[in-house]
Ligand binder design. Structure first.
Ligand code: SF4
Length: 317
């Protein structure tokens, strides 16, 4: 790191200290995998390494599929991440997919390191059957991604190359943990989904069009929205009810900003990518905190030096 880069980093931390106050700053300033940053991580996201076996037209995840590591290495990295964030409150599993043996093992790991965490699983239901019950028993909430309530139409839009879980089978395996996750596109009709009386998790199509934004806004108007709003650092979630069915809505209207080579000065989430790279971002070259190869050694060594220099200069200041 050049002196100029070091000074910029130092500047970022000084600005953060000003914004947060010294007490909060000191509480969150620590080294994560040897990298000095402000650790605000409450949740860990695990992006499963096997394919999702679908090809939804609107998928924003396609580029992440290119680099997957083998399951054994992936699980080892998940374990390191779970150890690194012992105070994380929730774990979101998303995908990709994972065979039942590795999936059940992953859940055992999560429960071993974070026994009180809230575990949320986002799945399109590809290949899920009774073999997953051991893992499912440790999960609090399952968001089953649906494209239609009609099974044939659902499969047609997923363009899946493997069998997709039917709704009746999902109910049998997941019981009242089940929630339907639906992206509001131009054809979305909340009456179609509310008939089955399963809680709904709705999100906006991104990037949207005038037409899809209109459907999103019209859907909001139909809901009985409660005052119970979840405000995260970068997103807002509304809780509502539609004809007796609980509905949660993600209000996010922008895709995550990509800043290549950004340092993780603020770390709000830890995302384990399918490639084994761990970042505070949905992009594999943004806010990187762990690289599963030789580069890691150098990166961490460098960052150890940086930490030392930062900590020393903080003492001097
Ligand atoms: S199931 Fe999800 S990850 Fe797979 S193609 Fe569809 S939107 Fe993308």
């Amino acid at each position: 790191m050049t002196d100029l880069e070091f000074n910029q980093l130092q500047e970022e931390f000084l600005m953060a200290e000003k914004e947060l106050g010294t007490e909060t700053f000191t509480r969150h300033f620590r080294k994560v995998f040897g990298i000095p940053c402000l650790d605000f991580v409450n949740s860990i996201v695990i992006n499963l390494p096997e394919p999702c076996y679908a090809n939804c037209e609107y998928c924003i995840d396609t580029y992440l599929r290119k680099n997957s590591i083998d399951n054994t290495s992936f699980l080892e990295i998940c374990e390191k991440v779970l150890q690194e964030f012992p105070n994380a409150k929730s774990v979101a599993i998303t995908g990709g997919s994972l065979n039942s043996v590795d999936f059940n093992h992953l859940l055992t790991l999560i429960k071993a390191y974070l026994p009180n965490s809230y575990i949320n699983w986002n799945t399109n239901g590809v290949g899920i059957n009774e073999d997953y019950l051991n893992g499912i028993s440790k999960i609090n909430h399952v968001n089953l991604h649906r494209n239609s309530m009609n099974e044939d139409e659902n499969e047609r839009i997923f363009r899946a190359t493997r069998q997709i879980l039917s709704l009746s089978k999902a109910k049998e395996l997941m019981g009242d943990k089940l929630c339907l996750r639906v992206t509001i596109d131009k054809t979305f009709d909340i009456d179609e989904y509310s008939k089955v009386e399963i809680p709904l998790y709705l999100n906006r199509l991104l990037p949207g069009t005038k037409e899809t934004d209109e459907v999103f806004n019209n859907t909001l108007k139909k809901l009985n929205i409660s005052d119970n709003v979840d405000q995260r650092r970068r997103n807002v979630y509304l809780n509502a009810n539609y004809q007796g069915v609980p509905v949660r809505i993600c209000m996010g209207d922008k895709l995550a900003t990509h800043v290549p080579n950004r340092r993780p000065t603020y770390l709000n989430v830890a995302i384990v990518h399918r490639s084994g790279i761990v970042c505070g971002s949905w992009f594999e070259d943004d806010k990187v905190i762990y690289m599963p190869n030789a580069q890691l050694e150098n990166a961490v060594e460098t960052d150890k030096d940086i930490s030392k220099r930062l900590l020393l200069s903080r003492k001097v200041n």
